[in-house]
Design a protein around this ligand. Sequence first.
Ligand code: C2O
Ligand code: CU
Length: 476
Amino acid sequence: MRLRMLLTLMVHVAVSCDSDSKPESEPGPLPIAGPSAAIDQNPADGIVEYSLTVAPAQFEFLPGAPTEVWAYNNQLPGPLLLANVGDLVRVHVTNGLAEPTTVHWHGIRVPHAMDGVAHGDGAGAIQPDETFTYEFTVRDAGTFWYHPHIRAHVQVEAGLYGTFVVRERPETAPDVDADRLFVLDDVRVRSDGSLDRSTNGHDVMMGRAGNLLLVNGRNDPVAVDMGAGRIERWRLVNTANARTFELEFTGVTVIEIGADGGLWPRTDARVIDSLVLPVGARAELLVRLPTGVDAGAMSAVVLVGTSGGGSAYQPMPLVEVAHDAAADATSPRKGHFVDPVFVPIDTAGATAHEVVLSATDTGDFAFTINGQTYPSYETWQVTANTANVIAIVDELALEHPFHLHGQYFQVLTINGRDADMPGWRDVVLVPPQATVEVATMFDNPGSWMYHCHILEHEDWGMMAVVDVMEPGHNGH
Ligand code: C2O
Ligand code: CU
């Protein structure tokens, strides 16, 4: 176990304000390096409009051995969708598959009708050859992603996932030299290049792990050249079906500054040398290469076979950083310099609820939440804008990345101990046979899914719905 150092960032805001030296032109936001961005088809300010076509595509994970995947706009990961906080977003989605699909905007607080969920029978889904337009306003800045919410274990594994970045207002955005996005995934590919689409009993139990690690759709580490003294913002997203990414940083100095629901106050920022990124979760980091250090890396620590026949944990580099002396910084950036408002939920008098994650094998094996298997679920109604504490109880010897739609929560405790997880989240990893307590205000009325984000667990029933009622509604 590595120790996480807590550190209060000391930021020197020693910027000389010389009113005579105005910049030639307004500096725009930094481009985001990573999956290429979709083109905004709407010239109006405050509105972004994108088109996504879902269809089979050819891709190459292994050199010379093409793989048939399913993709958004022929890209894997799907195109980066960009908006500014407060924008109205319209996305026209055309289904070119032979089966229904949906687009769920993971982590974005959309109105319920735009959440892109469908029930098992396909009601509410986009049928083959149909187009549906999603429309919503983005209220929160942060790093999000999108993916189908029907037969997700098949559709996401086949390549349907993309990222959605909502930019902060320019005056509150971290001051950095580069902004990079790394989408982490794994995929199971046979040696002839074909995608192994089978799901066996072990996959259902453990979640389906791939044999190739992918970063931005490729099985090669991303090469980054960095000058000493530069500060980069790295955004991480885990889109795997089931793999928890255990990341390790070497050479570089890394400060964790945010998670699912955006950036943290600076007093919560911390220096890290490792990070556990559950399925569905995001992380926001500031990364530097210290003076005098030639190289650094972000690696996934994975279990691999050894020549002796046993297995061992080994680091596999996902990003390789090399020192570029020509790019050494003369005047360092401020990094994360604005404190976002974060008001912790007052849990005194909160409504308590228990969510028990388990399984049943009377009849066919299935996962359960509070004894029921989706599409069955218990009736759970809450009043919007009231404090709720949810105890998520894992009865199994398996970990579960618990995900709630439509709102954020704060993670309070893990097995009764302070979780020490700052900020707003929409995913929390529940360790085997552990209890995790989270608090939420349920500020977004509607019927919202909550489920395990191991897609095999989700599709084998570990999913349910909470009804968030407008205050004054007498449905209780
Ligand atoms: Cu990312 Cu209900 O999902
Ligand atoms: Cu699970």
